[in-house]
Design a protein around this ligand. Structure first.
Ligand SMILES: Cc1cc2nc3c(=O)[nH]c(=O)nc-3n(C[C@H](O)[C@H](O)[C@H](O)COP(=O)(O)O)c2cc1C
Length: 166
């Protein structure tokens, strides 16, 4: 199998957030897709080892902050290379409260979802979320995963579904 073919799939760059017993937490994710528009439904794939996974299972809700090309790239690092297990990621990241969920202020748009279904794979949970709220935050071009790799020169850690060992 030529795994370079997987690199031809297109994605965006997002922060998937929720609550951890009253504390805002979340992780960077590229694996967000819209399933249908009516009822508006979104899917996201979150690794079993990510602290965010258990927090979403507990709250039954998650938000998606859609990062833009002008969003601080440090947000991707904080949320994508550290764990909420031992780090309060929102401490250094401005947060907004939208429909009772924390979202990243420095994003171009957000969606707030309620988990309506989930599917388990051997490594990841695919959460299906009904969109409860969505709005624009900033006039910016949404960041693509290609932009993250080619312009920001960012890497993907092991828990990202797109990770390919060098
Ligand atoms: C660009 C990028 C994309 C990522 N995409 C995903 C993803 O779609 N799903 C996932 O489970 N982890 C993904 N990750 C990895 C998580 O963000 C990372 O494991 C994070 O540290 C988990 O934090 P947590 O333990 O607080 O949940 C991605 C990381 C980066 C940098």
């Amino acid at each position: 199998m030529n795994k370079n073919a997987f690199r031809q799939l297109s994605y965006g760059v997002y922060v998937v957030s929720t609550w951890d017993k009253g504390r805002a937490t979340g992780c960077t994710a590229n694996s967000v897709m819209q399933i249908t528009s009516d009822p508006a439904t979104i899917a996201v794939s979150i690794n079993h080892d990510n602290y965010t996974n258990g927090c979403i299972q507990e709250t039954g809700k998650f938000a998606i902050s859609i990062l833009g090309e002008h969003s601080d790239p440090g947000i991707i690092g904080t949320f994508g290379f550290r764990s909420g297990r031992d780090h309060s990621k929102f401490d250094g990241t401005e947060q907004l409260l939208k429909s009772f969920l924390p979202v990243v202020a420095d994003a171009c748009a957000y969606l707030v979802c309620e988990v309506v279904n989930r599917m388990e794979t051997s490594t990841h949970t695919v959460f299906l979320g009904k969109v409860l709220d969505a709005d624009m935050l900033k006039d910016d071009t949404p960041m693509t995963y290609a932009y993250y790799h080619n312009v920001i020169k960012g890497k993907s850690p092991k828990n990202a579904p797109t990770y390919i060992a060098e």
